[in-house]
Design a protein around this ligand. Structure first.
Ligand code: GTP
Ligand code: MG
Length: 215
């Protein structure tokens, strides 16, 4: 199976060089899905000769939608998503891939322990995960994780524009009875500025409800 890694970026100049170096050392194909960053992120990617694709709209969801489209167009079998903020250690990527390739999982997610998540984000995260488990019959621990790998052909397309994208991926995986595995990971303090806002917590919750009524 041919995997590709995608780093979604919006103004991550403090992180992008470190993330490029760490991912390069793993030896897999990778690319950046960027939101027309204005802080020099694009220049750093180009200097490192990393393919960088631009958004079709504003928001992380647009970035991940683009990533899925690129993975399909270029015939990759597995897409790995990892936030470009040095919070998720890249060392877990081979493990995620191994579980898909050797153990037959469709999606493997790096699950953070709640105590490692910022206090401010802890409650919304808990609510989102609980809501998904209740509404879609999951037994998951961290539905918003920004580190996951999945088989490209298990998903047709995504429609989220913003930070509700992980909720959409999770709900679609549960609705389609995909084989999902979570592995515990450590999670580090973010470098650079966070892009998520309070309103995104509500957007994610709304996505969880909305997906219940769509086919
Ligand atoms: N392509 C793209 N990526 C984005 C966009 N907004 C955010 N991202 C990226 O998505 C990833 C997650 O964003 P964060 O700001 O870290 O959000 P978060 O992880 O929910 O919040 P923190 O816990 O504060 O880190 C980062 O790599 C961002 O650069 C966007 O509009 N388009
Ligand atoms: Mg983050």
């Amino acid at each position: 199976m041919k995997p590709v890694i995608c780093l979604p970026t919006r103004n991550e100049k403090e992180n992008v060089q470190v993330m490029i170096d760490e991912i390069k050392s793993l030896g897999y194909d990778f690319f950046i899905s960027d939101a027309n960053s204005t802080d020099g992120t694009i220049g750093i990617a180009k200097k490192n000769k990393v393919p960088i694709y631009q958004r079709d709209g504003k928001g992380k969801g647009f970035g991940i939608r683009k990533a899925l489209q690129i993975a399909k167009e270029k015939d990759y079998d597995i897409l790995v998503l990892i936030d470009c903020d040095q919070t998720y250690p890249v060392k877990y990527i081979p493990k995620l891939l191994n579980l898909i390739e050797k153990e037959g999982f469709d999606m493997v997610v790096g699950a953070r322990s709640l105590k490692e998540i910022k206090p401010f984000h802890r409650l919304p995260n808990k609510i989102h995960t609980l809501a998904i488990n209740l509404l879609y019959g999951g037994r998951l621990k961290d539905i918003n994780s920004g580190l996951r790998a999945f088989k490209v052909n298990r998903f047709k397309k995504f429609s989220s524009k913003g930070f509700d994208i992980e909720a959409e991926i999770t709900v679609k995986a549960l609705k389609n009875r995909l084989k999902i595995k979570e592995i515990p990971i450590d999670y580090k303090k973010r470098v650079g500025h966070s892009k998520i806002k309070i309103k995104d917590g509500f957007l994610i919750f709304w996505r969880i409800i909305k997906e219940r009524f769509s086919i």
